[in-house]
Ligand binder design. Structure first.
Ligand code: GLC
Ligand code: CA
Length: 501
């Protein structure tokens, strides 16, 4: 069994995690300092959002050098130490690879824009204006209705950027680009990383000569993002990972909100090992909605024998407490995340039940407006919350009470709850790798069972704010999201796990 199927991957947004040199920004030594905490919590792997040199217009998702560490985060030596210590504690380490675009300050782009005949001209996507002077096509970039094209005076052409103008898209149809990007993977694989989360990887292939259908224009390029040629590129990328021993894993950020489309990115076991399935981020707190999300996912992925993934939030999307409202739901949602069939992704801070911070317009720094879910982790109950130089973003509400320090000392906290759930998952073959069966729901309660050999557990989630009786004959309660579960019923928003005897 490959390690990543069973795994719980903990996502770290390094800027907001832990600062060790008092400059107000988290760093690699900060991650290393907290490895003991992560081991205690019981996660299997960490994924670091980008740590590469970057002008930080998109906070690291604009890479100026794929083969180094930004001085804000530390050095390659710090990185090597981090890998070694993480591995020493049995924690795998994944990096965030950003293949769709570079920073406009990457030497490849600087050369590319310098002349139409430059060595790297065709490494990016340049087009003439239309004969009427218009844009090459009608694409808009991801966060606004602005065109995805920027005019470059010097050479008199447009270049494409699906995100900011500071993030020019690489031309993946050029084999030199693919080879160079493969080298960047090898650079980190040689340093011992266990795999990569791959940023907007479904967007690599592009039919630039096609307009977006008018009715789909607001859907972030969905039809274009699903170009057939991307699958050839993914097979090449997979080939690079396969050169290495030790189950190095590729996890694609495939931002297509239909599990059937997502399933295609696993190929025939020769493309991505795993893909994000973001439907769960947009599923309302409602039994029938979750039933549909799980069913659609299981049937789409099951059809191609692909292993599912589950996620509740990340650095781009609201935290669970903010999105769903209330700590009861946070615990129930965490139970779902860690008991559904698939690899689970836990965003740093979710184990504390943090809310998004309220960020006033003057303190907003992200061009995509995602500052709230990127608030710093409160480590201590003291006024600086373990950030001696302060932090660049405000803390989430009740940072003292929600801090790691306060919650470690409080056995009934969300943190202890999450830790117990992680331990239960680890100890149960059925929860880690078993089948999912008897999935059904009524208006209020969602039910499914996980089975492996002779072990079977039943998960029941009450999505309603009223209590409800449940049939529990032939089962014993293993775990509940509420402090004092009552036999034969589920409390409001209770998630319970039973062993079937
Ligand atoms: C992905 C990242 C997001 C970033 C964008 C551009 O969606 O998750 O944070 O801004 O790609 O790289
Ligand atoms: Ca720092």
């Amino acid at each position: 069994m490959t390690w990543w199927r069973d795994a719980v991957v903990y996502q770290i947004y390094p800027r907001s995690f832990c600062d060790t040199n008092a400059d107000g920004v988290g760093d690699l030594n900060g991650v290393r300092r907290r490895l003991g905490y992560l081991e205690w919590l019981g996660v299997d792997a960490i994924w670091l959002s980008p740590i590469f040199p970057s002008p930080m217009r998109d906070f690291g998702y604009d890479v100026a050098d794929y083969e180094d560490v930004d001085p804000t985060f530390g050095s390659l030596e710090d990185f090597d130490l981090l890998v070694r210590e993480a591995h020493g504690r049995g924690i795998k380490l994944l990096l965030d690879w950003v293949p769709n675009h570079t920073s406009s300050e990457h030497p490849w782009f600087i050369d590319s824009r310098s002349s139409r005949r430059s060595r790297h001209r065709d490494w990016f996507i340049w087009r003439e204006a239309k004969s009427d002077g218009g844009l090459p096509n009608n694409w808009i970039h991801a966060w606004s209705e602005e065109p995805a094209w920027t005019w470059d005076e010097l050479t008199g052409q447009y270049y494409l950027h699906m995100f900011l103008a500071d993030q020019p898209d690489l031309n993946w149809s050029n084999s030199e680009v693919r080879d160079a990007m493969s080298e960047t993977l090898r650079f980190w694989l040689d340093r011992g990383v266990d795999g990569f989360r791959m940023d907007v990887v479904h967007g690599l292939g592009k039919n630039v000569d096609q307009d977006d259908p008018e009715e789909l224009r607001m859907l972030s390029h969905t039809p274009l993002n699903d170009a057939a040629v991307t699958h050839d590129y993914l097979r090449e990328i997979r080939g690079v990972l396969d050169e290495y021993e030790g189950d190095r894993v590729s996890i694609g950020e495939v931002y297509l909100l239909d599990p059937a489309q997502v399933a295609k990115y696993y190929g025939h076991g020769d493309e991505l090992h795993l893909s994000f399935n973001f439907t769960s981020l947009f599923t309302p707190w409602c039994a029938s909605a979750w039933l549909k999300t799980i069913r659609d996912t299981e049937s789409a992925l099951g059809a191609v024998s692909a292993w599912p993934t589950w996620v509740l939030s990340n650095h781009d999307n609201a935290r669970v407490a903010t999105r769903l409202g209330g700590q009861e739901r946070v615990r129930a949602a965490m139970t779902l995340l860690l008991t559904l069939r698939g690899t689970a992704f836990l965003y740093a801070g979710e184990e504390l039940g943090l809310e998004d911070a309220v960020v006033s317009p003057e303190r907003m720094v992200d061009p995509g407006g995602r500052d709230g879910c990127r608030a710093p982790l409160p480590w201590s109950a003291s006024h600086d919350h373990g950030w001696p130089a302060g932090a660049r973003l405000p803390f989430a509400a009740e940072a003292s009470r929600m801090s790691v320090e306060s919650q470690v000392d409080s056995p009934g906290s969300v943190l202890h709850f999450t830790r117990q759930l992680l331990a239960l998952r680890r100890s149960s073959k059925a929860l880690r790798g078993g089948t999912i069966e008897n999935l059904h729901a009524d208006a209020q309660v969602l039910v499914f069972e996980r089975r492996c050999d002779d072990e079977c557990v039943r998960v029941m989630v009450n999505f309603d704010a009223t209590r409800t009786p449940v049939e529990a004959t032939g089962s014993s309660l293993l775990f509940s999201s509420v402090e004092q579960p009552a036999p034969g019923e589920l409390a409001p928003n209770e998630a319970a796990i039973f062993r079937i005897v």
